[in-house]
Design a protein around this ligand. Sequence first.
Ligand code: ARG
Length: 250
Amino acid sequence: MDRRAYLQTVGAVGVSATLAGCQGGSDDTIVPGTNATFPPFEYTQDGEIVGFDVALAEEVIDRAGYEVGEWVDIDFGSLIPSLNDGDIDLIAAGMTIEPGRKEQIDFSDPYWEASQAVLVRADGGFQPGSVDELADRRVGAQAGTTGEGQIEDLIEAGTITESDYRQYENYTLAVQDLENGNVDAVVIDVPVAQNFTAERSVAVAFEIDTGEQYGLGMRQDDDRIADINDAIAEIREDGTYDDLVAEWHE
Ligand code: ARG
């Protein structure tokens, strides 16, 4: 199955799982969606979806004057289609503001900055210092992410071959396969890489300075984004944003 067909398949599964429990928001309610495999931004703990993005989105929706709907947890690649289908009203998923995505959805003002990290096993056996040293190695990333985009660039440049790329449904599985030796490196956002180094026997080999910014995603015809942006500005000014950073990132 090629990569696009794979994404469509997981997309279809994600959406049908969503429809069962989701009514779609009225104008007063904003139903947030995420892919809860990206600590410390969003992950599950004791069956609950938690993390920096979860706390931030709930605070922002509330300040903007709307009800927070029930969180929808689906594949990362299904988030934009589900938003545009009206199954969710807001994406809070560490999603990088990107030109291709901006053609499909709107983003709030940026709320986080991150680059990419190359994660390896902590045993010190393979310690690349640059992307050139990934040649002939098996490299993994989560489907549909900017980390995958970096690997696609390496394939295009001829540094690694298509068959060296392992695509994962989420980063938790990718990091597991890294620990097991099934891949030699994982390309993943820096703050999430750092989080995994604290819990698993993996280490950051080097960073790729992509200078990405995360935004909350909303439908292009949803005017409520103005209130969401006001609320983001407000929590930055009154110190709530810093409190959330201290709670989830330090
Ligand atoms: N920042 C990267 C992107 O936008 C990765 C985001 C992955 N997020 C997640 N919740 N799994 O492509």
